[in-house]
Design a protein around this ligand. Structure first.
Ligand code: LLP
Length: 440
């Protein structure tokens, strides 16, 4: 496979104008490199792609990659922010994201978190179920507040993606099903409960979706629900279609471009509006992966290389499933290059494994690379979404830092964890400080 990436005269990979070999020297490895221009371009493309809609809002799905700096960066780009927990809400507020631009999601929000969201006056609370609807109504009354809400609907559409990241089918754990009138009944209930202002409906059918037809089906279901509500005199002025647009991890992946996605949604929305004789509501989308996935590259150092005679050649990196659990979880596939050998042709097939104590700690099953030597730098692409966000400290390995690169400059977004960080919350109960343990 030829290298499509930028390289300099030294044969080194270049991202955001920075030589990746120099980045590795400056910041150490493993290292997550965030190409901010790429992410900003994606945000701009979303805006352009939806610009023929009368009203729209682009909301970054923070679960893909949320740090205080990234939240600030996305806000600077004019995006709103989707958060799914008290912790994500805290990060958003610390970053200075205006409360009005925060969408609060989650299928099991706590009363405490809902209370905080009410106190802050977050833009929208996306209510997942009837229990939460009643809980929020009670809390709002107690606090003498009115919550602006969307109802999360399960539209009964099966998106073509890995089953672990499908969310729109009728047995999903998310949202209120359209089956058996449950969705319209919830709309009626939401309008009758005090302390709530129902603004519209929300859905999210899954993630890493290539087939746009699932979105047309979803739009039809949602617009039909809006029409049903209108017939009852209930005006739903907002339709949030969630995220889900896929990205190209490897050759052969064929996601739609952001532009085509926007054009497709716009077309499907306009025809559904005509079909149901509705005015177009304000449209919201919540992309995560398609904004930041391709902007992230993980740079590892190659260590042991093991030729298993009669089997395969393993090359191990100083990271793996704790920083990228997606391979073990979803059989995700990645493309990589040797950052310090961009001018060399692939000549060997390797299996790239991590350093963690599990056989499932394989990052890439089979990849053609130039001859590897210990000390080489492996750059794995498209690790900007759901990598840092899902990283753990398995085997007590500190999480890697994130640096953002822009026109030759690199800056820290997250520092490398230290061993001290790992034990910061550890305690030894006094009784265990004595010699010996009773009963031991
Ligand atoms: N909105 C809602 C309500 C969501 O649940 C999600 C993702 C998004 C938006 C953003 O979806 P995106 O545009 O990123 O596809 N950990 C999995 C992905 C889980 C997605 C969860 N929800 C993975 O690594 O593939």
């Amino acid at each position: 496979m030829e290298n499509r990436e930028m390289q300099n005269n030294a044969g080194h990979l270049v991202i955001g104008g920075c030589d990746v070999v120099e980045l590795a020297m400056q910041w150490g490895t493993p290292l997550s490199v965030f190409d901010e221009e790429l992410a900003a371009n994606n945000a701009r493309m979303y805006r352009e792609a939806l610009s023929s809609l009368p009203e729209y809002e682009i909301i970054f799905a923070g679960k893909a990659l949320l740090t205080v700096g990234i939240a600030r960066f996305m806000t600077n780009l004019g995006l709103s922010l989707d958060v799914v927990s008290g912790g994500e809400l805290y990060i958003a507020l610390t970053a200075g994201v205006p409360a009005q631009r925060i969408f609060f999601h989650g299928n099991n929000k706590t009363a405490a978190d809902l209370g905080t969201a009410l106190d802050l006056g977050v833009g929208r609370i996306v209510v997942d179920n009837l229990y939460e609807l009643e809980l929020l109504s009670d809390l709002a009354q107690k606090k003498k507040r009115t919550a602006d809400i969307l109802l999360r609907i399960m539209p009964g559409v099966e998106a073509h993606t890995h089953s672990y990241i499908q969310t729109g089918q009728l047995d999903s754990k998310f949202g209120i099903s359209v089956a058996h009138n449950q969705a319209i009944d919830a709309v009626k209930l939401a309008c009758s409960l005090p302390g709530l202002r129902l603004r519209g409906v929300h859905c999210h059918i899954g993630s890493q979706i290539f087939e746009l037809a699932s979105y047309a089906k979803t739009i039809d279901v949602m617009m039909s629900l809006i029409a049903e509500a209108e017939a009852l005199g209930i005006e739903l002025t907002e339709l949030n279609l969630g995220g889900g647009l896929g990205i190209k991890y490897i050759d052969g992946d064929q996601p739609a471009s952001i532009r085509d996605f926007g054009a497709y949604l716009t077309g499907a929305l306009k025809s559904a509006a005509a079909k149901y004789n509705l005015r177009l509501p304000k449209i919201m989308v919540e992309p995560g992966r398609s904004l930041v996935g391709a902007a992230g590259t993980t740079v590892y150092r190659i260590g042991s290389i093991k030729e298993n005679k009669g089997s395969r050649t393993y090359a191990a990196v100083n990271g793996g499933m704790a920083d990228n659990p997606r391979v073990a979880l979803y059989q995700a596939k990645y493309r990589a290059v040797v950052a310090n050998k961009m001018d060399q042709a692939p000549e060997h097939t390797y299996t790239i494994v991590g350093q963690f104590c599990e056989s499932s700690d394989v990052l890439i099953n089979s990849i053609e690379l130039p001859q590897l030597e210990p000390g080489d730098l492996l750059a794995v692409f498209c690790t900007g979404a759901y990598n840092y966000a899902m990283a753990s400290n398995f085997n007590a390995v500190p999480r890697m830092p994130i640096v953002t690169v822009y026109r030759g400059q690199s800056d820290l977004v997250v520092e490398r964890e230290t061993y001290q960080d790992l034990i910061r919350l550890h305690r030894i109960p006094d009784r265990w400080l004595k010699d010996g343990v009773e009963g031991g």
